[in-house]
Design a protein around this ligand. Structure first.
Ligand code: 5AD
Ligand code: SF4
Length: 472
């Protein structure tokens, strides 16, 4: 354990004692809730926050009517910010009913100084703010908060701790996983690509890769704890390891991860097309543990716009890459991200995007309306009128959904391996699991199957999911 981790473990221990005192004082257990906005990175960060809070002794509460509510925020598009502002109003209502309640905000929005200013000025009921680079000091922040509550220290009621950049990585702190049998694993943090529309490099900082040794050790610990599927997480996993003292490629790391005994499935996210190597395609084709799903963000099919977006590939290169992948891994499911209405997008540019959609035939695609982000180069450009963007968005969505349904139905009648994840949310005589291609299947089964990989006949495809039957 490094010094940083030791320090934080000590802070968590101190906070635990303070919370015990506070619990005695208020004569009931204190509850908490964490709400996550945004991507898989945030979901993983929230598991770390929850782990720390449970270790301190807070009790999880399903609803947001808890004594401590933390919003782990996203700022990739403006509607993510607006959602947080809107929901803060509700939280204030709960707070008026429960004078013990504390409200905390963390995550990407907090790395934007203008947001922090706005919260300070217009949302005085927010008690705690911290950023993406220091979530691991949550124990320390809670300790400070409790010391004030108990009257041990005086000070500004508000605790704000936001760092401009990362300093060290604390590996061995408590985490509470959402699923016992699968887990995300950060292999790198930050992004250096500076796509012209994207705020991530500004709020998540420079690209940093973890060492293969630390990653493998974490996965071994997860296996010992019952995990059989890992999702390797990074903004651009294909550039993993380039800046390490002893450079390693992502393909090499992937092989090492597959070699960990007990791991049965490996996924990863996200791949930037510019860095996707033939070496990686080869590992995906030959390592049976690597799932046959690849998320390959297109953003736009127009070579002209791709250049403006600073993506470092053009339409032809993207299509050629898809061909190389499909030739080697014919059953791969491809998914993507697409932005509509990027500044200066013409009908012709948009038709290029539609053309790629027709040619690639994605299993599913996340489609986004371009959202100007302050501080990014694209935000200063002339914007496409809203009605034009909306019309293009609807046309794209319609095709993406039609093709997605057709592609998703292709396995009808086949038998495939399924990792059972949970009891079906609507019908508890069914369980829900995922195929290697990331498609969902519902079939009759019970709790004892959760976390197991079983063979399922995919009898019927209903839109985007299958109804199946387990086979021996
Ligand atoms: N506007 C709309 N979509 C965006 N994305 C990133 N930045 C923006 C933006 N400013 C999308 C990209 C990325 C996904 C995570 O979010 O498609 O791949
Ligand atoms: Fe944003 Fe581009 Fe980095 Fe993805 S690769 S996080 S889109 S800057």
């Amino acid at each position: 354990m490094n010094q940083l981790e030791q320090q934080q473990i000590k802070n968590i221990e101190d906070a635990k004692k303070l919370l015990a005192k506070r619990t005695e004082e208020v004569k009931r257990p204190l509850t908490f809730h964490v709400t996550t906005f945004g991507c898989q990175m945030n979901a993983r960060d929230s598991e770390k926050l929850i782990g720390i809070l449970e270790d301190i002794g807070y009790v999880w509460e399903e609803s947001e009517e808890a004594d401590l509510v933390i919003y782990n925020t996203c700022t990739v598009r403006d509607n993510a910010n607006q959602k947080v502002y809107g929901k803060l109003g509700y939280l204030n209502g709960y707070k008026k009913k429960n004078p013990l309640m504390k409200i905390g905000l963390c995550g990407c929005m907090m790395q934007e100084p203008s947001v922090v200013e706005k919260i300070k000025k217009s949302y005085p009921f927010v008690d705690l703010m911290f950023g993406t680079h220091n979530i691991y000091i949550l124990g320390e922040l809670i300790k400070k908060m409790l010391e004030m509550d108990l009257g041990i220290t005086e000070g500004d009621r508000r605790i704000i701790s936001i760092w401009d950049q990362a300093s060290g990585i604390a590996e061995e702190l408590p985490t509470e996983r959402k699923y016992s049998f699968k887990s995300g694993v950060n292999i790198m943090f930050g992004c250096d690509n500076f796509c012209s529309y994207c705020i991530v490099p500004y709020v998540r900082g420079r690209e940093r890769s973890r060492s293969p040794k630390d990653i493998i050790q974490e996965i071994e610990r997860l296996v010992a704890d019952g995990v059989i599927e890992v999702m390797l997480l990074g903004q651009n996993v294909n550039s993993y390891g380039k800046n390490l003292d002893e450079p390693v490629t992502f393909a090499e790391l992937l092989k090492e991860v597959c070699a960990v005994p007990g791991i049965e499935r490996v996924r990863f996210m996200t791949s930037h097309p510019k860095d996707l190597s033939d070496e990686l395609i080869e590992v995906m084709a030959t390592e049976p543990k690597v799932c046959h799903h690849l998320h390959l963000p297109l953003q736009s099919g127009s070579s002209r716009l791709l250049k403006e977006m600073n993506r470092h590939y053009d339409k032809e290169q993207y299509l050629a890459l898809v061909d190389r992948i499909r030739n080697r891994i014919p059953d791969i499911a491809l998914t993507t991200d697409i932005i509509v209405g990027y500044p200066g997008e013409t009908e012709e540019d948009f038709l290029d995007t539609m053309d790629v959609v027709e040619k690639v035939r994605y299993n599913s695609a996340f489609t986004f309306i371009y959202s100007p982000r302050t501080g990014t180069p694209a935000a200063k450009k002339e914007q496409v009128p809203e009605d034009v963007t909306k019309d293009r968005f609807q046309r794209l969505l319609k095709r993406v959904q039609q093709i997605g349904q057709e592609e998703s139905a292709k396995l009808t009648g086949a038998t495939a391996k399924v990792l059972v994840e949970q009891i079906n949310e609507q019908d508890d005589s069914l369980v829900t699991g995922r195929l290697s291609t990331n498609e969902t299947v519902h079939f009759p089964g019970d709790e004892s199957l959760i976390g197991k990989i079983v063979d399922v006949e995919l009898s019927e495809c209903r839109g985007f999911y299958y109804i199946g039957e387990m086979v021996d």
